[in-house]
Design a protein around this ligand. Sequence first.
Ligand code: HEM
Length: 196
Amino acid sequence: MSAHVWQGPGTHDKRSPCPALNALANYGYLKIISIKPLYFLLDLVAEKISQRVNLQECEHDASLTRKDFYFGDNHTVNPELVDLLLKQNIDGKIKEESLSKLHWIRLNNSKEVNPTLLYNFQQKFLSAGESSLLLNFIGANTNLEIEIEKLEVFLKHERFPEGWRKPNKVVGIWPIINSLCLFLKRYDQLEKEQKK
Ligand code: HEM
């Protein structure tokens, strides 16, 4: 990352709901990241590989660190939600259990306060996928665990934390799918426990 210096968004810059894409934009790896062009660009790529995916539909309620659409700004990070996530740490680290727990807290809260909550398998799947990406990229060199101090920097400031290094090995699709499935399983477990 040495040639690219972190610079937060300017007053006219917009950011996406994805912390990773925002971090890359903050280092100048992604030049255009105002929301519409970004989705347009990504839609175009998706179309090229014959998988018509509307990325605007990827934005969903009950996300980890963004408020629901019903409450207004659903793409800027909400520091209080990051703090709530960090509180779920186990021995100072955020692991699969911590992320699942926060997802569950967020979902229950949205059910209570958001009359327009949209949450079905698609949103559940996307949530699991995002948490999987987080652990597999940011926690790649640390056994799929992330120290809370590092995660706070990544999520709140959308920058790569001091001492963090990009994954030593290429992150393959299978570990990502494997973690995603573990998240889905854990969500079901939490649901079952709640119904008891
Ligand atoms: C081209 C690649 C990517 C695209 C198009 C993308 C797109 C998105 C979108 C649209 C969301 C918003 C979902 C929501 O409403 O909550 C999101 C969230 C997220 N993305 Fe990405 N993403 C990409 C790569 C990554 C990578 C590599 C990571 C690994 C760190 C990552 C981590 C996350 C996380 C943790 C969230 C959830 C944020 C939250 O719930 O607060 N993404 N991404």
